[in-house]
Design a protein around this ligand. Structure first.
Ligand code: GLY
Length: 525
């Protein structure tokens, strides 16, 4: 019945609305008030302060379909994308939340009712885990719901020195709300290799975790202290792609409607006929994370969130090249994504043109160096006497050809090789030291100039625009004006000039002012 991801999303939200939950729209991937977190990585993130008691909302029950990214930071799935049936950089998390309202029993009952009554999953295909000492959750599953004791698995901490890192103790990050959890697993059948949670074969694909019910009870602070939350609460998370796979009768998430449409669109663009190719899956995954990051204001850059975005775009472009693609393709997938997800996420449809333009600029930029970088790597590999690519080669690829180290690691993995990460880091450190020592005026504007102004970048849609001058510098000093023939630096309130970033040089051009025209020789962020 729920044979599309969209119908499943609606069914989930409506079910919890019928249980007096407020439907809350997905928040941004960039957490608004949380510098500890790179990206929103779970449905509970926008509610962090509500759990902590620092924010009040007019409701005590909420439900959402939250867009999430797990690439970089505590929950990082980037390396696994394409290699497993169920890892993604971007996914949607369905969740229901209680802020000091209901607790264990209702949370468990709601989950069971939704899975078995609404979605109609066979009870015998489900098994559950509880935190090893959580007798209360065990008894609810066993006595109230009727799950046989042998299908309720107690999971403890992975090792004594890794307290609170167990599979059944969930935390958002190194700090923040956390608590013991109870997970629901679906058995995809004997024909798939794998064992139940807690068994030596648990990493197989047979038993897949579909829903995590977290009994939020603590706030972990930076010093490791676990303080009790003001009120015991509930946070649940169900990856929509996994449950869609079950309902659509397939095993891999990449076989569900959304991914199949993206995979086919990519295959058409690149003239690929083998729809099982791993690179198609990687690209279908990456177009979602990259597009939504841009929707949420992340711009490709060489640090922080922007560098995660740049790395994912470059991985996608490399996989397109691997499939024989010679021209630009990645930005052309945005239209397909909008047709699939634009209704549930209107902000994606609204920003389609910006997303396409930003991806196109990045694609064009990397296309210039990709082939030469790959040729350089191939020639180095021909002389390789071990299974590890030396740090110096990884660094050259980064420095000269714009290959992020994890992209080189991705290529290495396909060839059963590894990269010398420590060697690469040593070269990076060396380079930083050298550039500090040789800092020239041009290279280090940011060290030499002080400003409180910020420019808004308008260049993804315009090549020219009108702007106001916010500040001028000459010889490192803030000045009121620049005279004819004088060199200086101008900070504008908005600018279509792209700043030097990631191996791409800053834009050149002209600024017309009432008295004449200035030549723009460089643009720096
Ligand atoms: N917050 C629950 C989960 O991400 O699994």
């Amino acid at each position: 019945m729920y044979n599309t991801t969209a119908s499943l999303r609606t069914a989930f939200l409506e079910f919890f609305a019928s249980k007096q939950h407020q439907i809350v729209a997905s928040s941004s991937l960039v957490p608004g008030n949380d510098p500890t977190l790179l990206f929103t990585n779970a449905g509970m993130v926008p509610f962090k302060d509500v759990f902590l008691g620092a924010e009040q909302r007019p409701y005590t029950r909420a439900t959402s379909a939250q867009r999430c990214v797990r690439a970089g930071g505590k929950h990082n799935d980037l390396e696994n994308v394409g290699y497993t049936a169920r890892h993604h950089t971007f996914f949607e998390m369905l969740g229901n939340f209680s802020f000091g309202d209901y607790f264990k029993q209702d949370a468990i009952q709601y989950a069971w009712e939704f899975l078995t009554n609404v979605l109609g999953l066979p009870k015998e295909k489900l098994l559950v885990t509880v935190y090893e000492t959580d007798d209360e959750a065990f008894d609810i599953w066993n006595k109230v719901i009727g799950v046989p004791a042998e299908k309720i698995i107690r999971i403890g901490d992975k090792s004594s020195d890794k307290k609170f890192e167990s599979d059944n103790f969930w935390s958002m990050g190194d700090t923040g709300p956390c608590g013991p959890c109870s997970e629901i697993f679906y058995d995809h059948g004997e024909h798939i290799w794998g064992g139940p949670p807690g068994s030596p074969e648990e990493d197989g694909d047979r038993f897949i975790e579909i829903w995590n019910i977290v009994f939020m009870q603590f706030n972990r602070s930076a010093n490791g202290n676990m303080d009790k939350l003001p009120k015991p609460s509930v946070d649940t998370g169900m990856g929509i792609e996994r449950i869609a796979a079950i309902l659509q009768g397939v095993h891999s998430n990449y076989e569900i409607d959304i991914f199949q449409t993206l995979i086919k669109a990519t295959a058409d663009l690149l003239n690929v006929t083998d729809l099982e190719n791993k690179s198609l899956r990687v690209i279908a995954d990456h177009i979602r994370s990259c597009s939504f990051m841009i929707v949420d204001g992340v711009m490709p850059s060489n640090e922080g969130r922007g560098y995660v975005l740049r790395r994912i775009i470059r991985r996608a472009v490399r996989h397109g090249h691997q499939l024989g693609g010679k021209g630009l393709f990645f930005n052309k997938l945005v239209a397909t994504l909008v047709s699939l997800m634009g209704e549930a996420y209107p902000e994606l449809a609204q920003k389609q043109a910006v997303v396409e333009k930003m991806l196109k600029i990045e694609e064009e930029q990397f296309a210039k160096t990709l082939e030469r970088g790959l040729a350089m790597l191939e020639s180095q590999l021909a002389d390789l006497s071990s299974t590890e690519i030396p740090g110096s080669v990884v660094f050259s690829l980064y420095d000269t050809y714009g290959f992020p180290a994890d992209l080189t690691a991705d290529i290495a993995r396909e060839k059963n090789l590894t990269i010398d990460e420590a060697g690469f880091e040593a070269h990076m450190l060396e380079q930083r030291k050298k550039s500090q020592a040789a800092s020239s005026f041009k290279a280090d504007y940011n060290d030499q100039l002080t400003t409180t102004h910020q420019s808004e970048f308008t260049g993804y849609l315009n090549d020219a625009s009108t702007a106001a001058v916010l500040q001028l510098f000459s010889n490192g000093e803030s000045v009121a004006e620049l005279t004819d023939g004088e060199q200086g630096i101008v900070i504008l309130d908005s600018t279509p000039f792209y700043a030097e970033s990631g191996g791409q040089s800053g834009d050149k051009g002209e600024i017309e002012v009432a008295g004449g025209t200035f030549v723009v020789a460089d643009t720096q962020s």
